[in-house]
Design a protein around this ligand. Sequence first.
Ligand code: 26Q
Length: 802
Amino acid sequence: MFSSVQSFKSIFLKKLESTYGKSFEETTKQDQYQVLGQMVREYISEYWILTNEKYRFTKAKTVYYLSIEFLLGRLLGNNLLNLGITDVVKKGLKELNINLDEIEEAESDAGLGNGGLGRLAACFLDSLASLELPGHGCGIRYKHGLFEQKFVDGFQVELPEQWLRQGNVWEVRKPDLAVEIPFWGRVQTYHDGERLCFQHLEAETIMAVPYDMPIVGYRNKTVNALRLWSAEPSPLPYHKDVMQYKKETEAVSEILYPDDTHDEGKILRLKQQYFLVAASVRSIIRSYRKKNNNIRDLHEKVSIHINDTHPVLAIPELMRILLDEERLGWEEAWEITTKTISYTNHTTMSEALEKWPIRIFKPLLPRIYMIVEEINERFCRELWKKYEGDWKRIEEMAIIAHDQVKMAHLAIVGSHSVNGVAYLHTEILKHREMNLFYQYEPEKFNNKTNGITHRRWLIKANPELTKLIKEGIGDKWIRQPEQLTELMRLKDDEQFLIRLKDIKQKNKEKLALRILQQTGTKVDLASIFDVQVKRLHAYKRQLLNVLHILYLFNRMKEDRNFKPYPRTFIFGAKASPGYYYAKKIIKLINTVADLVNNDKEVCDYIKVVFLENYRVSLAEEIFPAADVSEQISTASKEASGTGNMKFMMNGAVTLGTMDGANVEIFERIGSENIYIFGLRAEEVMNYYQNGGYHSREYYHYDRRIREVVDGLVNGIVSDSYGHFEPIYDSLLMQNDQYFVLKDFSSYAEAQERIGMDFSNVLEWSKKSLINIANSGYFSSDRTIGEYAKDIWKISTPQNVLQ
Ligand code: 26Q
């Protein structure tokens, strides 16, 4: 089918016409996408079957990565790349006068995630398959992914996302593997002569139907699976109101919840979490049972990883199966469970740690609640043995306290490994946020610095750069990304540096076109493309960026001789619909954009562009075109960041704080190749602990700050809808919790250095090259290699079949 351009072309044409019953000329890009997608899926299925046979035959230990989010983006281009058939397809289509890029754009993003955590899960699946490791994803098949964002008058408006509107060629529905998940009802306890037994009665059941999507490894014939569960009514609903029941059931996999830590305790979200976990664990056990007969060896053949606490109910759910269905004793069941499960933490912010009120938890999941209670009681008893009389410590560590279930505590207690996502983050977990648990069981804690797949984020997103790197150092780095360091040999090769700059320029041209198309704004191609793309959060400090833009604006207005190096400030960010403050910042950025872009004296030097609906497919166009990567979170707040790595791999230079993985980027490239500013994590945490920061002092003593902050309320940046008092207040009345004013001068100074350094073309290109050369460490292949070896104990199985 893809063995020659000729055969591809003829099969594609035939299929196209037979599927749609119209002549080739009449088919749309969408028709063409559907047919190409089907052909690729058919081609994949042969390898999929072989991979499964290999896993069955070798009985290889398998990891299941449970995640409430998988932010996959588009799959066609990536599958073609990993299968190694991009060129055949491209050539064949070209002969038919079709541009492959346009067909790719007909695919909707699979946007089943909020941001970093969900995209990390997607990168991990790509790396597992590419390293030929037995590992599958388990998630939810949301009918609607993260909302679509539009701006109306500069305000964010949310629209329901509809990725399934045209169907999904990549999924296979498997109704025969459906499982029933019970909610509500009551638990009856009885004695069967041998032991206490528990029966869940009068439950309302929801059917979980799996849809499998193939995850294709890089040119290695490995195809793993992402199993997404869809909620449907059970066939025999003992229900009064059938329509009502149908609606309530389907609601469970209807929408992905936006990341909103302010709006807690939505019962439907807990339902989603148990739905994912119960369906996944049942199917894991079923598949284990097919190959193995002794449940006591489960942890030798299966590893279950929980991505943050969202799937933490896998712990009591596995206990339930081992106790109630396999009839093991508590100690035995507990040992198997903890040896099977491992947990990643993605945040240090205590307000973001999940807690569920008992009044919601207990009635919805009565048997699971009983098990959590027992886990808590036994855990507290163990604590008592070690810390007799230390009530305060035990209360702080308990899983259930103050009428709440603390999901992070359950995750730590019920798993054998707890990891953070960057060195600094893990240190903060060990020595601050989770210190009591670290004191109790230090051996559980470990770091796994995040990574990104260089296949999507470099090879796919930046083909020109990929070509240049191959010319420079060959292609060993494609399978061993750390070999990118070979590029260091070329850091003084002027010709190579010029070519690198030319590629960046071309990518900037492409992005400029997209910007013009979507916003109507014309940007200066010679300007610095200075980019901040990520979710909107106070701690990520988009506010610092925009206040600095206002400062440049004020300065230009005041001093006619002040001409900054031309800049295009590019933003992309979704705010959670209920996050009032974040939405104000969006409006502020759009207001500043209007002000700056329409000012005749300023707009030749500064442009501000806020791209709507930031998502994976847009990100793939942005990273290759960036000169400066803004990673400016308040130190200690950003667990890792992964956008920072995507920018670096595409040759952007970081302007950042010593936070998350920025610290490790800094260590690898040295101070000449990154712009570091601001408070260190240690200083921030000391201020939180001891006080001593007074934002008003910075306002009073720094005229630049005063003018900018006053601008928020005196009419400079305001409009018919009013001013930005809430932002003004956060800075001055609420003492600027994220140290925006404190870090302002050091940020402005770093920005000024960037402006000066950028004009030295060769020197800048050298920084860019050094960033690329050292980005291989941040490939998720390295990260997954570490998880596989240290946590999951899985390895590549022998190739038994030919
Ligand atoms: C919470 C309550 C209700 C509804 C949704 C949520 C929710 C959903 C998603 C809370 C948090 C998330 C996502 C968090 C996240 O993406 N964290 C990021 O994880 C990345 C991968 O490890 C890190 O690089 C980032 O630093 C971290 O912020």
